[in-house]
Design a protein around this ligand. Sequence first.
Ligand code: GUN
Length: 219
Amino acid sequence: MSSTTPRFTQPFAASETESAAATRLIHTLALQAHPEGGYFVQTDKSFSHIIPNPFLTAPPRDPFADTAATAAATDAEGADATRTASTTIFYLLTRGSPKGHFHRNKARTMHLHHRGRARYVLLHADEWDGTPGGCRVESYIVGGGVEDGERLQWMGEGGEYKASYLLDGGDEGEGAGCLISEVVVPGFEFTDHDFLTFERLVLLVGEEKAEEMRWLVRK
Ligand code: GUN
């Protein structure tokens, strides 16, 4: 039920100002604006547990990979040779910043719900066969209503594109938004991250669905 594909319509536009509850939470947790949308703070990075960068030898499947560029990156030694074992962030969607735009990471990410409700949209580009419009789309609601199929934990695999947007409810009327934690394994680096373009979205899901999801693509 919760993982059927809905029509992806924006439930509400971003408010000009944040609610008092959201402002309090942002200050209490020392959150900053995230380039994806929403707010975040990194709460843990395993500096004492450094591992070889697994993506130099086994990157997740990338249907858009430029093989020459990938080979050059793989040859690049030094700064990109290692990763921390994991990083953890708080991530908050609010009325003022209610969506996380489509992006992907080479690392896998475990998400853990704390409060509020949101919808996640996943594009399984890592398993896409290259047929225009043939990419599997998955969507579900995250929140405390486990009896209604809402998720408390959800995994995003490396190479999948992900977007999210705030829904009403789930925080006892406080209006602070949807607060989760994300544990990235191996640890987050911007070089493992990229945003989805509208052109790629059209290739993955076809023109009609891409138009429906355009508002989730970062401009
Ligand atoms: N998204 C998931 N984890 C992180 C992180 O540690 N830093 C940033 N900037 N974005 C993230």
